[in-house]
Ligand binder design. Structure first.
Ligand SMILES: Nc1nc2c(c(=O)[nH]1)N[C@H]1C(S)=C(S)[C@@H](COP(=O)(O)O)O[C@H]1N2
Ligand SMILES: [Mo]
Length: 259
């Protein structure tokens, strides 16, 4: 036995099949234990790292942020989401979250409030929004929970909206924030994504006004993002250079949530 050990680790020695098997087994075990140890100590190390603002361990958050900046560079404004034809759109559109939709909506007094940088607030009715050019989009809506469906929406391009209402200065900032009228659901979106040519303030689904549970009277449709960012029942819009609060980010999801 001791001879085998001596032989297999002697340099340039021709080994028998049995000796080769023993040698490979020893080497495999050696690396197996090293990696086990590395995994275990790595995991222990991670557990003692500080938490980032939203509860993820800082090293993990750093990697997520690196991914975000990488994808922002790759998926620039010119990158378009695939569009489908209207016949491809599903008729029974799934209803997912209802955060911020549980309070009763007073449709007559609903306004879209847009907070400007100089402190003024625009107060817009649906008619103000509907008089802008109407765009349609049919795309594959994706939820991070793992489902997707091809859906058909119509409304006003966000980029058309901000220019029509003199919000050009605001769009020089880094982020747009949005919330439901009761402030129970809110999202923050990076400016390149909200200004993307396929991002719309939608008021129709399948050619009809949005149903209440799908965000009547106005919701965000932002095909470059996962479903969590498509805020239903918009109440207020504002702009900021720091990240606006984001409901799911506060619960550990990726702030960018880009596709
Ligand atoms: N106000 C509000 N908007 C919301 C949500 C919510 O809970 N409340 N859920 C989001 C999530 S997670 C998804 S997947 C989509 C679902 O849109 P749908 O219900 O029209 O399918 O809405 C998003 N917008
Ligand atoms: Mo979702």
């Amino acid at each position: 036995m001791s001879n085998i050990f001596k032989n297999i680790f002697t340099k340039n020695k021709k080994l028998s099949t049995d000796e080769l098997i023993v040698k490979k087994t020893i080497i495999s075990f050696f690396f197996f234990f090293i990696l086990m140890g590395a995994g275990f100590y790595g995991w222990k190390w991670l557990r003692y790292q500080p938490e980032s603002a939203n509860g993820a361990r800082q090293p993990l958050r750093t990697v997520l942020d690196m991914n975000e900046s990488l994808f922002r560079r790759i998926l620039s404004n010119r990158h378009l989401t695939r569009e489908y034809s209207v016949e491809d759109a599903v008729k029974n559109v799934r209803v997912n979250g209802d955060l911020g939709l549980k309070s009763i909506l007073d449709t007559a007094s609903w306004r879209l409030y847009v907070i400007k940088k100089n402190g003024d607030t625009l107060s817009l009715t649906m008619d103000d929004i509907k008089k802008l050019p109407k765009t349609e989009i049919v795309f594959d809506f994706k939820c991070i929970e793992g489902w997707n469906q091809i859906t058909h929406w119509a409304g006003v391009k966000f980029s058309d909206f901000v220019h029509a209402y003199g919000l050009t200065y605001e769009t020089q900032m880094k982020y747009t924030g949005m919330s439901t009228p009761d402030k129970k659901y809110y999202v923050g979106i990076d400016m390149p994504s909200i200004m993307h040519p396929q991002t719309i303030l939608a008021y129709e689904m399948n050619g009809k006004p949005l149903p209440l549970n799908q965000g009547y009277p106005l919701r965000l449709i932002i095909p470059v993002k996962y479903g969590i960012k498509h805020l239903k029942r918009i109440g207020t819009i504002f702009f900021s250079n720091s990240r606006p609060p984001d409901y799911w980010f506060e619960r550990g999801y990726d702030y960018y949530s880009g596709l």
